[in-house]
Design a protein around this ligand. Structure first.
Ligand code: ARG
Length: 486
């Protein structure tokens, strides 16, 4: 028995039935379906379409179904086309023909749109918590990876005979700030604090959380009462129903109410963007855990081996994050493609909306905790990061040195380029190029020029708000913490 067989004289072809059925995935909305029905019963009772006694009977039947679902005693049967059918069928078994009054004045079209919105409103908080936990992992890393104790090999020897500058010496007396090479185009660019880099991944997630929060008012528009497409003919108080279900407002247009899936697209967009953010981290992690870089080593619990090559330790969680970002994007483009050809109101195509949303949610809920804990447990290799910084990465500081001596930046840039060219020609580094070579390029160069090649000095200079200087990063950590507390 389906909910619609009256005008039909034969059964569906079994393959047709299987194609049409959505129970395999929409049973995830059972709780929302029952909650929606319980509120609908109250509405029907208030509108005197059910007596109080009928209302109570239907409600207690629905409560029993809820209990059966929770305790997994609910038996789905082959004719349960979707969750709405299954609940109504079971209600009939429990309370008899009175069950047939529940669907008065509503349609599965407004029902499914309501259930789906409720599901997202119920489950988005879990995603928000998982995102917040990853943000906390970034803050923990930023705090713990700010400094390491002074190890002579870290700062001496490699950078030639020059003494560290006073600022550099000061930094080293307190311990050494952990610096990594910052890249643009994946080419060595400028030194940055490792903590600053960690926090660069905090902020995209903050924007994702903002986007999820911004989605909520649009999710919280109640379709129930729109019926099939034209609105319900009974004296239903949709405002009271809205309040009862905890929605912000009833949908103002019944046609739009049953056809709108913008909220699902928006959710998938945010999910795809979260995927892209995780992928950005992941790509860096794959590179930075390679033997060539060796900046980080994953804990054994968050890496896998090779069935053939015994030496391998692979960064699978990050590769999976990178890979799943593609899948998440696919869910978004898939649903958009489904929607683009539809006329207004309900079309069965819309049944395709749920699987990508559930899958996107499941994907992120599987991924986020693993990524957070893989980050928490990895070990860093400050020495490797330090040794990947060479004097050429302070070329901008060298230009700034000239600017500090009154030379316009454009000219300073050209002069610094000449310094780089000279050093390349002489096969020396910028910090071992002789002072007379510097002075032949411009007389303003003095012995103090060698101080710019201290990366601790380079980062300490970038103390404007949002920069990589330790004091700016410490301020940033405070802001990040306050965002989490909010
Ligand atoms: N399973 C359907 C869906 O997910 C429920 C709505 C069915 N409506 C209809 N007119 N056949 O969209």
């Amino acid at each position: 028995m389906t909910l619609w067989n009256g005008r039909f004289s034969s059964q569906s072809d079994p393959n047709m039935f299987a194609l049409n059925a959505s129970i395999s995935f929409d049973q995830r909305m059972a709780e929302q379906d029952i909650r929606g029905s319980l509120a609908w019963v109250e509405t029907l009772t208030q509108a005197r379409l059910l007596t109080q006694e009928e209302g109570n009977l239907i409600s207690s039947g629905l409560q029993q179904i809820r209990d059966e679902l929770v305790s997994e005693e609910f038996d789905f049967i082959p004719s349960d086309e979707d969750i709405h059918t299954a609940v109504e069928r079971r209600l009939g078994e429990i309370i008899g023909p009175l069950a047939g009054k529940l669907h008065t004045g509503r349609s599965r079209n407004d029902q499914v749109a309501t259930d789906f919105r409720m599901w997202l409103l119920d489950y988005i908080p879990n995603l928000e918590n998982a995102l917040r936990d990853l943000q906390i992992a970034y803050i923990e890393r930023a705090e713990n990876d700010l400094m390491c104790s002074l190890t002579p090999a870290l700062s001496q020897g490699k950078r030639g005979p020059e003494l560290p500058s006073p600022a550099g010496r000061r930094a080293r007396d307190e311990g050494q700030y952990i610096i990594m090479p910052g890249y643009t185009h994946l080419q060595r660019a400028q030194p940055i604090l490792l903590s600053h880099w960690w926090l660069s991944h905090f902020w995209p997630l903050q924007r994702d959380l903002d986007r999820l929060a911004a989605l909520k008012p649009r999710l919280s528009v109640l379709p129930l009462g729109a019926s099939a497409l034209a609105g319900t003919p009974f004296p239903i108080d949709r405002h009271a129903l809205t309040k009862n279900l905890g929605f912000d407002q009833p949908s103002p247009n019944s046609i739009d109410a049953v056809s709108d899936r913008d909220f699902a697209v928006e959710f998938l967009f945010v999910a795809a963007l979260i995927g892209a953010h995780l992928s950005k981290l992941a790509e860096s992690m794959v590179i930075f855990t390679s033997t060539e870089f060796d900046f980080f080593e994953l804990d054994d619990a968050y890496a896998t081996g090779s069935s053939l090559m015994p030496q391998k330790k692979n960064p699978d969680p990050f590769e999976l994050a990178r890979g799943k970002a593609g899948t998440l994007l696919g869910y978004l483009t898939g649903l958009l493609a489904t929607l683009k050809g539809l006329p207004s109101t309900y079309d069965k195509d819309l049944q395709e909306d749920k699987v990508p949303v559930f899958n996107a949610y499941d994907t992120l809920m599987a991924l986020l905790p693993v990524i957070a804990n893989a980050l928490r447990t990895l070990t860093i290799n400050p020495r490797r990061m330090d040794s990947a910084i060479d004097a050429s990465m302070m070329a901008t500081d060298l230009a700034d040195y000239l600017v500090g001596n009154g030379i316009p930046f454009r000219e300073a840039h050209t002069l610094t380029g000449q310094v780089v060219k000279t050093a390349l020609k002489k096969e020396v580094s910028l910090e071992t190029l002789s002072l007379s070579d510097y002075q032949s390029i411009h007389p303003v160069f003095e012995q103090s020029v060698y101080e710019v090649f201290d990366p601790q000095v380079s980062i300490a200079r970038r103390k404007a708000f949002g920069g990589t200087a330790p004091e700016a990063v410490k301020e940033q950590i405070k802001i990040c913490k306050s965002m989490i507390e909010d």
